[in-house]
Design a protein around this ligand. Structure first.
Ligand SMILES: [Zn+2]
Length: 168
């Protein structure tokens, strides 16, 4: 059975920056494989196109440029806001505004999004709304562990059940 749309795919992979020798970003080695339903929009399209047609046991190694992964870094997504918008009861909670901290935010329409604290001044804070991996060229290497049909419940939920997926 080969990887094609609506198959459940389990892979072990290591993600590094730019090349196979680049800095490691994450790896499933030593843990559960990554499980996903192929072709339903869960994954980066270029990630899927590089796995299409592979079968269990096949290995892979390919790069994806930032523009085709999480996007180029966008300077305009670095936004300065007044520090006092983070006050509750007139005080900024201890440790809230630390560089690198990811803050869950809600806009006036009630949409949830995340911003990373990039800079903290006396009265203002710079939040970075870029994806943490924006501007990073990705390199994936690994091996296909399993390819199987997705069951109807998995297709309905849009995710994998059992190994490499949701346990519920
Ligand atoms: Zn489910």
């Amino acid at each position: 059975m080969v990887i094609e749309p609506k198959k459940v795919v389990l892979v072990h992979y290591t993600l590094t920056e730019s090349t196979a020798d680049g800095q490691q970003i994450e790896s499933t080695n030593g843990g559960e494989p990554l499980g996903f339903i192929f072709g339903v929009g869960m994954m980066i399209p270029d990630f899927e196109s590089n796995l299409l047609g592979l079968k269990a046991g096949d290995t892979f190694a390919f790069g994806i440029k930032a523009a085709n992964a999480y996007g180029e870094y966008d300077e305009s997504a670095l936004v300065e806001v007044p520090k006092n918008m983070f006050e509750s009861d007139g005080k900024i909670p201890d440790g809230l505004l630390e560089v690198g901290r990811v803050l869950p935010l809600t806009d006036q329409q009630g949409n949830h999004f995340q911003g990373t604290v990039a800079w903290v001044g006396l009265e203002k804070v710079k939040l970075d709304f870029n994806h943490p991996m924006a501007g990073v060229d990705l390199f994936f290497s690994g091996q296909v562990e399993q390819v199987r049909d997705a069951d109807p419940m998995e297709l309905e939920h849009g995710h994998v059940h059992g190994s490499g997926g949701h346990h519920h």
